[in-house]
Design a protein around this ligand. Structure first.
Ligand SMILES: [Zn+2]
Length: 298
């Protein structure tokens, strides 16, 4: 089966095969075999990015990752191994003619996103990728008959991919969380373009920096760049929203390791948080030890 995302040894970051292709063409990546599997914490299978050097008009299939050789097998815990059978069955459903309105289901645990599972299939498309098992699509062969199907999204990263993808209209594409339904536009809260914050569930995102208060602290502080306010006991509280992250947790989670290169540099990245803000004397987003509700992009 093809694998959508992998850990790049050159960039020290988890990237999609589509991003890898782009970075290769920009000269930021050089070695098609310098990737490792992220299908489980103990899987370190070496992966090769197929079509790494090809231009989009040369693709017969979009770039994807595959196991480099039998000498570097997947761990038996790896989700790519476990989901192989299911993915095979679903491959027949792929259609390249996506329409702009999607309908997605977020697959969440009680405290939000959970440990990433394997991406289930390859989607033909430019920027979207992910553990989307099916999607709203238009089938050309069946003469404009539109098939409505709900798609599953299991990670914050995939949800951000869909939000940023040009293939979906954010004002009409729906995301279902339990029994409620939101458009992508309503679900994502841009901290840089608004300044009043309420106790509501969103994907909060915006420019942020990360710093260490004291060297002996076990945590870093992620601080968003834009101040927000809320009303508490008839008083307006103004604060830059922040998130406390434990240093050892950044190391433990592959998708967060890149945070470290920003520590105390003052350089900004885009930080995404899923959940509710805690609005008291300060404005905080609390991870409650679930680091899958946190994601960042350069
Ligand atoms: Zn693996």
């Amino acid at each position: 089966m093809s694998i959508e995302t992998a850990y790049s040894l050159e960039l020290k970051d988890v990237i999609s095969a589509l991003e890898a292709n782009q970075y290769y063409r920009q000269g930021k990546l050089h070695d098609p075999r310098a990737f490792s599997c992220i299908g489980s914490d103990d899987c370190n299978a070496q992966l090769t990015c197929a079509n790494l050097s090809k231009l989009p008009n040369e693709w017969i299939v979009p770039p994807y990752f595959k196991q480099s050789s039998d000498l570097s097998p997947h761990s038996s815990n790896c989700d790519y191994v476990k989901h192989k059978a299911t993915a095979k069955n679903q491959k027949g459903n792929i259609d390249s003619s996506l329409i702009k309105t999607g309908n997605f289901n977020l697959i969440l645990d009680l405290d939000g996103f959970s440990k990433p599972k394997a991406d289930n299939l390859t989607i033909n498309g430019k920027t979207n990728s992910g553990s989307i098992t099916s999607y709203t699509k238009k089938s050309v062969s069946s003469k404009n008959k539109i098939q409505q199907k709900n798609s599953d999204i299991k990670s914050l990263r995939k949800l951000v991919d869909v939000y940023q993808s040009e293939d979906y209209d954010n004002s009409t594409t729906k995301v279902n969380i339990n029994s409620s339904s939101f458009t992508l536009e309503k679900l994502f809260f841009n901290l840089d373009s608004k300044n009043k914050i309420k106790h509501q569930q969103h994907i909060y995102f915006g420019k942020a920096t990360i710093y260490e208060r004291k060297e002996e602290d076990k945590f870093y502080i992620i601080e968003f760049s834009t101040k927000h306010y809320h009303i508490s006991k008839n008083k307006a509280v103004t604060d830059k929203p922040s998130i406390m992250v434990f240093k050892d947790q950044l190391q433990k989670h592959k998708h967060l390791r890149r945070f470290e290169k920003y520590v105390s540099t003052g350089n900004t990245f885009t930080c995404y948080f899923f959940g509710y803000p805690e609005l008291q004397k300060y404005i905080n987003f609390k991870l409650h030890n679930n680091y899958y509700n946190l994601f960042l992009r350069d």
